[in-house]
Every structure is written in structure tokens, then in C-alpha cells.
Design a protein. Structure first.
Length: 308
């Protein structure tokens, strides 16, 4: 297959390109003006994309979006988070809808942030959106693909959970919320769960994240798909597993007000405090078999070498 990828320089995009090429696919990267690499030119900020270069691609994977957890959520940051997802996705969907030779599928990123804070409720793809900035962003982000769907392109929306990778991303930010990795309280045996630790965290290994995307390329599934492992865990259970992987105790609960002060209330609430007990119903029903279902094993692999 000839596959075009937007957002290819991120953690997931980099791993995905390697896997696709290893499987024999031809990969074209969508590149911004500031990029030094070659590929299909696009500039979401200017509203431009080289649509002619997309003619004849078999599939498009859209992973574009500003990192959600790197900065405090000021009003300016919220606008940038939204525009980098919604405007970029709409630009791409509109371009694909206008092609003479359309791709068979558009796989577009979303997140389990769609569901908001839901306590112990088991969340499937049929569950409605939550309330707040991140659920609203995810809802509008998904809706930005509508032009492609109306044009007859199969659209898959990846509601991705916490992707666990030893190369950084969400796990790196979680373990070192106060600065560089050597300052991580978990590294020094001073870490703990957040608040009461009862909030549900839904995770997936990087390996299964990539495998699931590749599975969906050849599937007939359309619409939202939860990309999370079958067994979500509480925050307390997750961080105790981190401690075991690092061979360090996890015993000192972190007060929520500390994280609100450090990260800002909006970011802390959405990424650390909200409870999302998400189940991958559609992915499992489509025949996908997870390889990584043990959180402990995944964390041990991801954090290998992180302890002294």
C-alpha cells in the first residue's frame, strides 16, 4: 500500500513509519515548511496542502497535533492545542474529499479524553462525550473528518489511551512531572499514587498501538475505535506497578494541590485526575488480539535501565 502520514515526527508516528516500511508499504510523509525532510508539502497554519501529491494514495493516517501535556493550559495554549488538531484535520479531510482518486481509508487520531471524567463507568465506543475542554476538543477533532466521510472514504477515529513507551511520551511526563528524569520521585523511591488513586487509567503498549493501527488499515471498521488494553487499572495500581518495575517503593500519596500548582489545574485534571475506564470493544470484536495485556511486563520493558 502507498500510505501518507501526517504527524510522522512524533513518538507514535516515528514507530509507525518503521513498522509500515518493514511490512513492505510505501510511506509518504506530510511535511511542514520548517521540516528538513522530503515529503508531501502542507502547512496547516496557512491552510495549504499539496493535494495533487495525495492523488492515488491508498490510505492516509493523521497523527498531527501539538503535544497535549508539555505546557500549562493557558488560554493561548488551549487555542494552539485545538487548532493544531481541528484545523489540520479539517484541511486534510477537505483535500482528500476533493481528490479524483480518493484513498480507501483515513485513520485519524483522537483520544480517550473524549469521555471526560467518568468515575467507575465502563466506557465503550457507544458512550457519549464528557464535559470540559478536552472532551470538547476531541469531539470537534473527530467532527473535522466529516468531509472525508461524506465523500465515501472510510474514516477511523483512534481514541487512544496512555501509550507506554520507553522512549518518552506520556510515561516520561508522568514519572518526571517536576522536571528532568533524574528528579523523578519514583526514581528515588519517593513516588506515590495521585490523591486517593481511585481514578481509572486506560493504557496501551506502543507495540499494540502500532499493531492496532496496522490492523485497522486492512479492516472494514469505521468510526471511533478505543485503542486501550483490555484491562484498565486504577491510578494506585498503575503507579504501584511502576514502583515494582523500578524496584522502588511507591508509598507516599501525592496531594492533588501539588500537581495543580506545578502543572496548572486544567492540565492536571484532564491528564492525571480524570477517571476513564475504557474498554476496546470494537477492536476486539474485529479480531484484534492484544500481545501486551500485563501492565507489569509492559512497564518492565519500557523502564528497563531506568533504575540504578
Amino acid at each position: 500500500m502507498r500510505i501518507a502520514i501526517a504527524g510522522s515526527s512524533g513518538l507514535i508516528g516515528t514507530a509507525l513509519i518503521d513498522a509500515l516500511r518493514l511490512a513492505g508499504h510505501e510511506v509518504d510523509r506530510l511535511v511542514r515548511p520548517e521540516s528538513t525532510g522530503s515529503g508531501i508539502a502542507w502547512d496547516p497554519a496557512a491552510g495549504t496542502v499539496d493535494a495533487a501529491a495525495l492523488e492515488g494514495v491508498d490510505a492516509v493516517i493523521n497523527l498531527a497535533g501539538r503535544s497535549i501535556g508539555d505546557r500549562r493550559w493557558t488560554d493561548t495554549e488551549k487555542r494552539l492545542l485545538a487548532s493544531s488538531r481541528i484545523d489540520a484535520t479539517r484541511l486534510l479531510a477537505d483535500a482528500l474529499a476533493g481528490l479524483a482518486r480518493k484513498p480507501a481509508v483515513l485513520i485519524s487520531a483522537s483520544a480517550i479524553g473524549f469521555y471526560g471524567d467518568r468515575g467507575d463507568e465502563e466506557l465503550t465506543e457507544a458512550s457519549g462525550p464528557g464535559a470540559g475542554f478536552l472532551p470538547n476538543l476531541c469531539r470537534d477533532w473527530e467532527a473535522a473528518t466529516d468531509a472525508a466521510r461524506r465523500a465515501g472514504i472510510r474514516v477511523v477515529l483512534l481514541r487512544t489511551g496512555i501509550v507506554l513507551s520507553g522512549r518518552g511520551g506520556a510515561l516520561g511526563r508522568l514519572l518526571a512531572p517536576f522536571g528532568p528524569s533524574w528528579l523523578s520521585p519514583y526514581r528515588w523511591g519517593l513516588g506515590g499514587w495521585i490523591g486517593r488513586g481511585a481514578q481509572w487509567w486506560s493504557w496501551i503498549s506502543m507495540r499494540d498501538q502500532i499493531r492496532a493501527i496496522m490492523h485497522l488499515l486492512g479492516s472494514e471498521v469505521a468510526g471511533p475505535v478505543n485503542l486501550t488494553a483490555p484491562d484498565p487499572v486504577t491510578n494506585r495500581g498503575f503507579l504501584k506497578a511502576v514502583g515494582r518495575a523500578l524496584h522502588r517503593p511507591v508509598w507516599l500519596p501525592i496531594p492533588r494541590f501539588v500537581l495543580r500548582l506545578v502543572l496548572g489545574s486544567g492540565l492536571a485534571e484532564a491528564t492525571l485526575f480524570d477517571s476513564q475506564r475504557v474498554l476496546p470493544i470494537r477492536l476486539s470484536a474485529d479480531g484484534f488480539v492484544f500481545e501486551d495485556t500485563s501492565l507489569g511486563d509492559v512497564l518492565a520493558d519500557a523502564l528497563a535501565g531506568s533504575h540504578t
